[in-house]
Design a protein around this ligand. Structure first.
Ligand SMILES: [Zn+2]
Length: 84
């Protein structure tokens, strides 16, 4: 698993790895909110704003596609009201 997760240290495995005929699907959750708002640059000051699912393809492993299913917590900046 270390190779698959290389460079994505802020992500945590939430338990499910499904290996199918052509794809390995790994479910991850991103836990840490950004330290500052990337839109207005103010220090982190966010409302919680639900969840969003993002699918990223990683490097193939054992000739199978590696699909990372990332559950991201959404948040909304209290200063500029942009949803991240
Ligand atoms: Zn902002």
């Amino acid at each position: 698993m270390k190779n698959v997760l290389h460079g994505l240290e802020e992500l945590h495995l939430i338990g499910k790895i499904a290996e199918e005929e052509t794809v390995i699907r790994v479910e991850l959750v991103k836990t840490s909110p950004p330290r500052a708002c990337p839109h207005c640059g103010c220090p982190a000051n966010f409302y919680k704003h639900g969840h969003r699912q993002q699918i990223v393809l990683d490097k193939p492993l054992k000739n199978k596609l590696v699909e990372l299913v990332i559950q991201r917590k959404r948040c909304k900046c209290k200063e500029c009201h942009v949803t991240l």
